[in-house]
Write a protein that binds this ligand. Structure first.
Ligand code: 13P
Length: 305
């Protein structure tokens, strides 16, 4: 029996109005409790790493995360995803994004993200199309981002309520339509009020702002884009907003801060205690925040179509 691909699993999530969560790995020992929680909850999720997590945290490299994934993986409950590879990073530096994507394809990543959202539209389209050509040649789906999901940059955010009320940086539905058609991208990360948890040394331990989502705006993007949509900044969003978003095209949600901070806070008691803290946080997220215990039964990652 053929294994179900990540692309099919995300399409199934969209059809069944459920969600595939991706969990970020800033510290390699987090992989084991994330996989164990997904298995124990009979849920399904992606193990993922973003460039900033091997540059600024301790996941070492995308190859190191892939090796740890292979040591821990349970294919009925997990796949491996490469999160944010920016074209221009959070410090405004240019990144060899195509080189990183090529390394990820060699290391066995099963889906990849290129983030050209800090570029003008035409350049974001050109860089994303380049990654789509590389990844599709290897049979790997691509996620891209359109709009500004802020929070990873150093320095203070504009006041959240101002940001939300103005809709500044929100993904434009017509641009989303053009972007998907021009790039052939598989999944689109959107900005609809969501923000990333802070990662600077000064702010990474702080409680994240409780974000809200503009669901009417999401519905317009969903009608225009015609591909599964991705919600970044999954930590701390009001639960009613998350559940409504899952009904309007969000088929993948990224969660980092909600499992990283428990790990960091418990680490003084040792790595085993930190892993237990991640496991407990994971079980609560799957059961109470996302309500996706048993989602493996719906997504059927073990059987091809
Ligand atoms: P949070 O840190 O807010 O959960 O965001 C995670 C994310 O979007 C990673 O791509």
């Amino acid at each position: 029996m053929r294994e179900t691909s990540t692309a099919e699993i995300v399409q199934r999530a969209l059809r069944h109005k459920t969600v595939v969560p991706g969990f970020n790995i800033p510290y390699l020992p987090m992989v084991a409790p994330v996989v164990r929680a997904l298995r124990d909850a009979n849920s399904f999720g992606l193990i993922m790493v973003a460039r900033l997590e091997w540059e600024k945290f301790e996941s070492r490299s995308l190859e190191a995360v892939a090796a740890e994934y292979r040591a821990q993986a349970d294919r009925r409950h997990t796949r491996l995803h490469l999160d944010h590879v920016p074209v221009i990073d959070e410090d405004n530096l240019a990144v060899d994004f195509a080189g990183i994507i090529e390394r990820a394809l060699r290391a066995g990543y099963e889906s990849v993200m290129v983030d050209g959202s800090r570029l003008p539209l035409a350049e974001n389209i050109a860089c994303t199309a380049r990654v789509v050509a590389l990844a599709h040649a290897a049979g790997v789906p691509v996620e891209a981002e359109l709009g500004a999901v802020l929070g990873h940059e150093a320095g203070p955010l504009p006041p959240y309520e101002e940001l939300f009320a103005s809709g500044k940086g929100f993904t434009d539905p017509e641009e989303a339509r053009r972007f998907v058609a021009a790039t052939g991208v598989d999944w689109l990360s959107v900005a609809i009020g969501n923000i990333h948890g802070a990662i600077s040394a000064a702010a990474k331990g702080q409680k994240k702002i409780a974000a809200r989502l503009n669901i009417a705006h999401l519905a317009r993007i969903n009608r225009a884009a015609g591909v599964p949509l991705v919600l970044h900044g999954g930590t701390g969003i009001a639960k009613d907003c998350i559940l409504a978003a899952i009904g309007h095209g969000i088929a993948k949600i990224n969660v980092a801060t909600a499992i990283r901070q428990p790990y960091e806070q418990a680490l003084a008691r040792g790595v085993a205690a930190a892993q237990e803290a991640v496991y407990a946080a994971m079980r609560a997220i799957l059961r109470d925040e996302l309500e996706i215990e048993n989602s493996a039964a719906i997504l059927k990652p073990e059987e091809g179509t």
